[in-house]
Unconditional design. Structure first.
Ligand code: PRX
Length: 648
């Protein structure tokens, strides 16, 4: 059988012979789909297990349990197994603070610290299955605490350090964390963020918190509560040197990470231990083609899933050297990242389209001073990358030498799902396309009724088979888990993204199909923003929309109706934004706030979001070709005209 025919059969697609000389990828993908248990058991053997599994996959939809009966420990995978080899003296983390200081941690230093931190947690009474929260700047103590927690079987929940006190309290109360770890402060664009003060405000409403561990970073004066607060440095004085890693059941939760959904309450995504680690270990190799001498820099914050999987668990499980940078990309100037690449000899850069667009706008002159010749591979994640940004990235950062891996995935998927896989075989690239599903990922595009649609048509992305990285549940809300991901297309995982597959089988990811926004790559639920704004005393109703933004991809726009005696004013707009920052955090700042007399609604009372979007982005209502469930075209046109009339 000719290669092309074989590909056509396995992927069930028409074949373009110029694109499809692929063999290794296709064979591997086909094998993984035809015999997933065999395929994944081979992959799982690349990790160290205390006990081998009895069953590779227990699939009782919608619950997939991987490597059932197996036992392993994530901290062992990421540190212990390296210190038994020459990697003992290899660099694990090159850390650079925003203010210029640096720390270099070898695997043996990391091992020592993970053990000491684990001993501290034990002494404070943290046990297997307990939850601990981390609200920290990007300092080495953050990954160290994550690894220390999983060493003793505790489940961490990392809260992004840009979140507000309210957002921390919501997350801590949902998990009932016993301990929260923070820092006196963090640096951002030369200013300090008062993390301890924010934590104190949050824990006033968190009865489960027994202790606050504080890492010293800025050295500023902070409020202190004797008995509750404790400095990390004081705890370390009598920390033990070694803590035996707890052999964890493969299906035991590793962490809970909150993300936005279509209701006001964030979802606690629960990831398991064995499946998550196996999936990320393999995906990392396939996508980033990582080698022993690679220097890998993922610029995300550890507080997001990208940071969990691609700063901590996947790279460290490979014994890779990573860069961890604390601060803003444009501090003190917009060339900070190029300086870091030059200084540490970064070989793989993994970042977001928003960052690339920001650099693109500031121009190539900022690159001139730096040697970027160590770069071999570039990555993109978090939002669709427009072809202009892709080409700029390729030409000016990669100097037309480095392939770009556009990686599509989600907090829920645990690891990268659709991406070029140079670690398996060079996949011909197309700017703006995430290319092909990873081995084990059975991705298809369907219409609203679940029928596969022909190439070139836009539909919804679903995954037909479980993969090891898949989330285990929504913490404390299995009904929501079932409903959100598994009810629309029973038996298949519904991702909530629009996508298109072209005639070569390449995937083009086209943005969210639900009421979740992506603002500068951050995931924000419209309902979450709305429930924050509605708590402002002047507001009676609010609806959230987005408009295209040159840098952020999308920008947040609010439509607000006011109480009877309230007058629209710029002052009030500022106040609403301040209120949003206090309730969620700076990521939820609105670019525009419009005061309107009433909201555009269907007869059944549903807000017509497409009408809002058209008004927010200055599009004509005529562009609204598909209205889906949001009322008739006539209704929408009327609502559009009405909204334009009253918008202030
Ligand atoms: O809409 C997709 C978009 O980000 C969503 C997932 O967001 P989050 O859980 O915050 O995880 C982001 C990082 C893994 C997806 O549903 N998205 C992510 N990567 C891409 C993307 N959209 C297009 N292309 C991508 N490469």
């Amino acid at each position: 059988m000719a290669d092309n025919e074989r590909i056509s059969t396995s992927l069930n697609l028409p074949v373009d012979t110029r694109i499809w000389p692929l063999k290794r990828y296709t064979d591997m993908h086909r094998f993984s789909i035809e015999d997933p248990e065999h395929f994944w058991s081979e992959e799982a053997r690349k990790l160290d297990w205390y006990e081998t599994w009895d069953k590779v996959l227990d699939w009782e939809p919608p619950y997939a349990r991987w490597f059932v009966g197996g036992k392993l420990n994530a901290s062992y995978q990421c540190v212990d197994r390296h210190v038994k080899t020459w990697r003992k003296s290899k660099v694990a983390i090159y850390w650079e603070g925003e203010t210029g200081e640096t720390r270099v941690l070898s695997y043996s230093t990391l091992y020592r610290d993970v053990n000491r931190f684990a001993s501290i947690l034990e002494k404070l009474g943290v046990k297997k299955g307990d939850k601990i929260a981390l609200y920290m700047p990007m300092v080495p103590e953050l990954p160290i605490f994550m690894l220390a927690a999983c060493r003793i079987g505790a489940v961490h929940t990392v809260i992004f350090s840009g979140f507000s006190a309210q957002a921390i309290a919501d997350r801590v109360n949902d998990t009932k964390a016993k301990i929260i770890i923070t820092a006196d402060g963090g640096y951002r664009r030369g200013k300090t963020i008062k993390l301890k003060e924010i934590t104190d405000e949050a824990v006033q409403d968190c009865p489960s918190i027994e202790r606050i561990i504080v890492v010293k970073r800025t050295g500023e004066d902070i409020p202190w509560s004797e008995g509750k607060d404790v400095w990390l440095s004081d705890l370390l004085t009598d920390a033990a040197k070694y803590v035996e890693p707890e052999p964890m059941e493969s299906t035991h939760p590793l962490y809970i990470l909150y993300t936005s959904g279509t209701t006001g309450k964030p979802k606690g995504i629960v990831h398991g231990t064995g499946g998550y680690l196996v999936y990320n270990h393999s995906a990392y190799k396939w996508v980033f083609d990582i080698r022993e001498d690679s220097v890998f820099w993922c610029t995300a914050d550890v507080g997001w899933v990208t940071g969990h999987s691609n700063i901590v668990y996947a790279p460290l499980s490979h014994g890779a050297a990573i860069v961890l940078y604390e601060g803003a990309p444009d501090y003190p100037e917009i060339d900070r990242w190029w300086d870091i690449i030059d200084k540490y000899g970064v070989t793989v850069l993994y970042t977001s389209p928003t960052a690339i667009r920001m650099f693109m706008r500031s121009g190539e002159k900022w690159l001139e001073k730096y040697d970027l010749s160590t770069l071999e591979l570039l990555g993109s994640v978090g939002e669709p990358i427009n072809p202009e940004a892709w080409e700029w990235y390729y030409r000016y950062i990669g100097k037309e030498r480095c392939p770009i891996v556009d990686t599509w995935w989600q907090t829920e998927t645990g690891g990268i799902m659709i991406s070029p896989t140079p670690g398996i075989e060079e996949i011909p690239l197309k700017p703006g396309s995430a290319t092909l599903p990873l081995p084990g990922v059975d991705a298809v595009i369907v219409d609203n009724d679940g029928n596969e649609i022909p190439p070139g048509e836009t539909g919804l992305l679903i995954i037909k088979k479980p993969w090891p990285g898949i989330m285990m549940d929504i913490y404390g809300d299995s009904d929501r888990y079932r409903e959100t991901y598994w009810s629309k297309f029973p038996g298949s995982y519904y991702a909530g993204d629009f996508a298109m597959r072209d005639k070569d089988g390449y995937f083009w990811m086209l943005g969210r199909a639900d009421e979740v926004l992506k603002i500068a790559g951050h995931r924000i639920g419209t309902a979450e923003v709305e429930s924050a704004v509605i708590s402002h005393p002047s507001v009676t109703e609010v609806a959230v929309a987005s408009k295209p933004d040159e840098i952020k991809g999308d920008a947040l726009v609010l439509f607000v109706t006011l109480r009877e005696n309230e007058k629209p004013s710029d002052e009030l707009k500022k106040e609403i934004n301040k209120h949003l920052r206090e309730n969620i955090g700076p990521i939820a700042t609105a670019d525009e706030i419009y005061f309107v007399d009433s909201m555009p609604k269907t007869r059944s009372g549903k807000i017509m979001r497409r009408v809002l979007k058209a008004v927010a982005s200055g599009q004509d209502i005529g562009d609204l070709t598909t209205l889906e469930d949001e009322g008739s075209v006539e209704e929408a046109k009327r609502a559009y005209a009405e909204l334009l009339k009253t918008k202030k």
